[in-house]
Design a protein around this ligand. Structure first.
Ligand code: HPA
Length: 248
């Protein structure tokens, strides 16, 4: 079974034939909402809306540990995370889709690990490659098969939010080597790694990052939402094909 975590612009999966929803409890509390089980073209899928089904949970208060724990308990073959980002590198223009391969984490004060507490051994998880390369390849292959041009790779800068960045912060992120900026990539990817999940992300560029191009003086959120709405149709096409490839 493939697991999909939907972000802003994807609180449900239109192509999913829903069989049931299930509330789950974990040692870390409750996930963002009930898990939605169903099928896409006869292949089993579980879907979770990261921000809740009514989009009420901001990035810094998402219970990432509960979300990943709940999904892991279902033993999914892969976990695909869909997230919107601001574009920093010149080719990360609104509407582009990327399959990132690296992360720089600028978040703070979130719950970053399952290994804490007096009974837990100190554990250092290797995070050299934050995303599962096989899952990335699956996404790239699916995109190719459905004729979607996606960017292979890119450094995802995870910021704390919920406010957007200043232009100077984006300049700093660019100097650091960041290609795109979003608020939910961490600690999600690190927790997935701790759990040994085959996890990769689909990043959808909703807007130019602060200070760039049409965002020179402000980020126009209505425009970003319109871009996302259109792009999510293409993301769904890619996901439908990934599910099929995963099931083959
Ligand atoms: N910054 C951070 N997160 C985002 C952005 C952005 O510009 N766009 C979409 N998610």
């Amino acid at each position: 079974m493939l697991a999909i975590i939907g972000g802003t612009g994807m609180t449900q999966l239109a192509c999913l034939e829903i069989s049931h929803r299930q509330l789950m409890r974990t040692p870390y509390g409750e996930p963002s909402g009930p898990l939605t089980f169903g099928k896409i073209n006869d292949n089993e899928v579980v879907f979770l809306a990261r921000h809740g089904y009514g989009h009420t949970i901001p990035p810094h208060t998402v219970n990432y540990r509960a979300n990943l724990w709940a999904l892991q308990s279902l033993d999914p073959t892969r976990v695909i995370s869909v997230a919107s980002v601001g574009g920093i590198r010149a080719d990360f223009t609104p509407g582009m889709i990327a399959i990132p391969d690296q992360i720089i984490d600028y978040t703070h004060g979130r719950k970053y690990t399952y290994y804490e507490g007096i009974d837990s051994p100190v554990t250092h998880t290797d995070f050299t490659e934050p995303y599962c390369q096989i899952t990335r390849k699956c996404l790239l292959e699916a995109a190719k098969q459905v004729g979607e041009n996606v960017i292979n790779g890119g450094v995802y800068g995870a910021t704390q939010g919920p406010r957007l960045e200043t232009a100077a912060e984006i300049n700093r992120l660019e100097r650091d080597g960041t290609d795109m900026v979003g608020m939910t990539g961490m600690p999600e990817a690190a927790l997935a790694k701790e759990l040994g999940l085959c996890y990769a992300a689909v990043a959808v560029v909703a807007n130019y990052a602060a200070g760039r191009e049409t965002s020179a003086h402000a980020i126009h959120l209505e425009d970003a939402h319109a871009v996302l709405e259109k792009a999510m149709v293409r993301v769904r096409n890619i996901l439908e094909r990934v599910v099929q490839l995963n099931g083959d």
